[in-house]
Every structure is written in structure tokens, then in C-alpha cells.
Design a protein around this ligand. Sequence first.
Ligand SMILES: [Fe+2]
Length: 395
Amino acid sequence: MIELAPLPLPTSADPSILRDFGREVKGVRLGALSPEDFGQIQGALYKHSVLLFRDVELTLEEQYSLTKAFDPEAENYGHGNNKVDNSKQSILRSVIKSIPRVPQVQLVGNGTIYDHEGIPEVVLKHPSHTTFHATHVSREDSEKGFTRFYRWHMDAALYQYAPPKVTTLYGLRVPEGGGQIIRYDDGTGDELSAPLATTAFVSGKIMFDILPPELKSLAVRSRAKYALHPFVWMSRARASPTGLGMESEGLELTPSELPPWDESKQKLYPMVWKNPGTGELHLQVHPCAVAEVLVDPLPEGSKHEGALYAAGAHLKDLKEIRDLLQRMQRPGIAPKLVYPHDWKEKDLMLFHNRGVIHTAVGTLNADQVRVFHQCNLAASDDPAGPTMKDVTRWA
Ligand SMILES: [Fe+2]
């Protein structure tokens, strides 16, 4: 019998807003789930967005099967099998390594790992904001324990492959050490205490729910057009200090600098995605990768006061797009809305990748070894946007 318990929230979190966010699942063996247990877990995932399982023993094959159970027709890793490693320019290349025996499962972590699942030796690097943000926490402050979010994202190639429905993240070795203080460095003074090398999550549903009416109206009318080969396109560009989007410095690659591309593989997705389990709306945008925004006009008969882009729009100016996304998404990563997971060895986090965004956090030294297995699969379908009824309600 499956038992659901609330996740332990940090004191920084607002327990009333986060009351439905996250659950610990007890009383199951993940490698051998009955169809009934799986059904309950799937229902709980769509309702609570993030599920934690503790003391998990899971082979690569079992992790792949568990992930695939949420989308049985999915076959390839979310970025295509081995594709991440092959594209030399991709900014994901240094942090994700496919495991040969089950290439849909990726090895992520930090430090030098020996003889792991058929890999004789590999050097892993925990992603650090210093390799991605335009500005950095000073060495002095870093030594005092200050750090930043790395990059808020959903797990998705956003080109050719549809965004995975779920991700499983399995902590095999977790570095020991005191917590760090995440600084937002965006002029707000916001800070958040977090465990060392946490994975931080926020809910796309809450991100939508807390928006003022004019931004909800805009969100349900808008679609994000993602760049061609987005992770190559942004490889020279630099992120803003919260890790939620990019600075606009004109550093993106031009189309002629990109690997061969095919416009039919480019992704155009609604900004708001409908939860297949609950019908709720989640604001789901990968802010770093958006190249254009298409806004539908207000629906006929709508008398929305103060509506933005009431007549519709096609935004191509990156600064304008990013300022707008910042207004829509930044409230949703306020310290009180963030769940920073305190990893213990053998924890498995299962998250609704189409319902949350997440980020790596922190700075690790080479001798702080971290070994995780991550799996997500390019989905067999595209996410559903808001229905006509949703648009009429919120536009
Ligand atoms: Fe991720």
C-alpha cells in the first residue's frame, strides 16, 4: 500500500502556498511496481509535481523502465541518444555523459569516478554559475558559502525532440558539507539557504497562479518559439544572475554559425501547459532558449482592462522578450516558493518535467564526489496548451 507524506520544507518556504507541492512516497519497491502502484504514483506525480523515494536500489535498466512507464512509446533520451555528447558546441556537453549499457540514462555529478557501470574513468563537473552567468560571486564570497542558482530549466532539447514528461534523478553518492547561501544578485537582496549542491525546484502551476490578471491573460495567449539548436545558439551568451534567462548582449550564434538545421524541427510551444492529471495550468517556459514570442489577440468580446498586446504581437527583440519573461517567471522563484532538495544517498526524485522548472545549485571542489543517474525520454507527443475555455477564462 502506497503512503504519501509531505516533503520536509525548509523554514524559508511558505507551507501554505506549497502545501500540495511534493510528496515522499513510502511502501513501494520501485524496481517491481504493480500496475496499481504505478497508477497511484502517476496520479500523485501529476498532483504534487515532485515525488521523493528514499533508500532506493535501482539498476540502470530499472530506472529506464520506470521512466518509460510514464510514456511507453518514448525511446530516446530527451536530447536524443548520445546526441548531447556528439555536438561539440553544445553547452550541455560538459555536464551530461551517456552510460553505454543504457544510453537513455545519464551520469551526472562531480569529481573523478572510476569503474562505474562499464565506464573505466570519467571526470564529472558539477555545473557552476561561473561558467554560465555574466557576473560571478567573488572568490571571497564564495569562500564564505555564497553561491547562485545555475540555470532554471526543464529537461528538454527544445529542437527536434518533444519535452520529456518526467525525469528521474537518483543520488548514488552525495557530497558531504555545510550548506550554501544562494544569492539572487538581481537588486532585490533575495537570498536562500540551501543544502550543498541541492537541486532546486519551483512549481509552474504556482508560477502561473500568482501572476496578476494582465500577465495571466498574456500567458494563455502566448507561444514561445525556441531557437534552432538552442543550446548551441546560446553557447557564447551569458546568463542573468538568478539563472532565470539570459543577458541580452547580442552574443547568440547566427544561423550560419549553427550546425545544419531544419526549420521543421524547430519548436513552438504554448507558454502555459495543461496538466494531464489535474487539468491545471502550469507556466512552462525555458527562458534561456526562447527566440521569439507569438501573442494571440484578446478573444472576441473580451473586455480585459489594461491587457498587454491586446491586438496580438510577434516579438523578435530578445531584450523585450526577456524582460517580459522576467516579469512572468521571476515572481515564481521567490525564496519562499523554492523547494531545495536536501539529497541523501539512495534518494530518487521523480519530477513532472512539464509541470516544474528546476536548477542545479552550488559550487563543488574536485574532491567532493557526486554521482547521480538521470533519465528522461523525448516524449511521444507535444505538451497540450490551454483549452479555449481556459483562454476565455483568463484572457
Ligand atoms: Fe535538469
